[in-house]
Ligand binder design. Structure first.
Ligand SMILES: NC(=O)c1ccc[n+]([C@@H]2O[C@H](COP(=O)([O-])OP(=O)(O)OC[C@H]3O[C@@H](n4cnc5c(N)ncnc54)[C@H](O)[C@@H]3O)[C@@H](O)[C@H]2O)c1
Length: 268
């Protein structure tokens, strides 16, 4: 399925592009910079785009690491000279217990990963976008989409660290959108519900009671990618600072029987 919205041209940066929703956005097609921790996954994504090799640049980068991000963006500036779109969909696998306040496992990585990767990337992306020259066809200089979650909007007893980390993504989005709107950069976030990607461990995917989702199915990566493409698109010129819901709500189990695995998966 082609996700291109017609006028999404320019240089796009996708982190977390080896898998799931980041990969689905990458396959939408434009001049692309794709990064991830998973190099073979990136190579597979680049191949699947079908774009000429010159139009897809891949690199193994830890997007939460300031030094690696600085080096990457210096390289992007040298190679492409501009950046128009950016989205980051990096994710840590959600492990049952590892996210709970009661767990002995240190949740610091979960707590800080969303925050550090969102900040490290924004800090590098925005100065490069500010160097773009406005053109007649574009109202803005650039557009950024962060990956929030249903968990950026709701609490869940079993996942205080993941939930808090996703609240930080909403917070950064709400602040950056004010700071750079007048300069021509829009910052939004997408908030997916339960999406069937490798991030969902098979035991959660299989155990999830889809009857809790009014549409009766888990989301697909493409469902969310299309929402991301809309937010990135210059036609969404007046959409800024929104936490865009890419889910269909949840309903309460009639008999209150949601299993622990189901409750765990609901937190994503
Ligand atoms: N899948 C869901 O149900 C769901 C629901 C709500 C929100 N989300 C959020 O959506 C985003 C994308 O999730 P997904 O389901 O596509 O995940 P995924 O696991 O399929 O893909 C995530 C990718 O991020 C990469 N990654 C992780 N840390 C990285 C880092 N520091 N630097 C570079 N790359 C890194 C991984 O290697 C992987 O390829 C995440 O932020 C996740 O929290 C997912």
């Amino acid at each position: 399925m082609s996700l291109t919205l017609g006028d999404l041209s320019g240089v796009g940066f996708v982190s977390g592009a080896a898998s799931g929703m980041g990969k689905a956005v990458a396959l939408a097609g434009m001049q692309l910079i794709l990064v991830d921790l998973d190099l073979p996954g990136l190579e597979a994504t680049a191949k699947e785009t079908g774009l000429p090799a010159d139009d897809v640049y891949i690199k193994k980068v830890d997007i939460s690491n300031d030094k690696e991000v600085d080096e990457l963006f210096a390289e992007i500036e040298r190679k492409f000279g501009r950046l128009d779109y950016a989205q980051r969909s990096v994710a840590l696998p959600v492990q049952q217990g590892a996210n709970t306040a009661r767990s002995s496992t240190c949740p610091r990585r979960t707590l800080t990963r969303s925050w550090t990767s969102t900040c490290a990337a924004s800090r590098a992306e925005i100065p490069l976008m500010l160097k773009n020259k406005p053109t007649e066809s574009k109202e803005g200089l650039g557009s950024i989409v962060n990956f929030a979650s249903w968990s950026s909007l709701h609490g869940h007893i079993e996942t205080p660290h993941y939930t808090t980390s996703k609240f930080t993504v909403a917070g950064v989005t709400k602040c950056l959108c004010i700071g750079y709107a007048s300069k021509g950069i829009r910052v939004n976030a997408v908030a997916p519900g339960v999406i069937n990607t490798p991030m969902l461990a098979p035991q959660y995917r299989d155990a999830f009671n889809v009857s809790l989702i009014p549409l009766g199915r888990l989301g697909k990566a493409d469902d969310v990618a299309f929402a991301v493409m809309f937010l990135l698109c210059p036609r969404a010129a007046f959409v800024n600072g929104t936490i865009y819901h890419a889910h269909t709500q949840f309903v309460q189990a009639q008999d209150g029987s949601a299993s622990s695995a189901q409750r765990q998966v609901v937190q994503t």
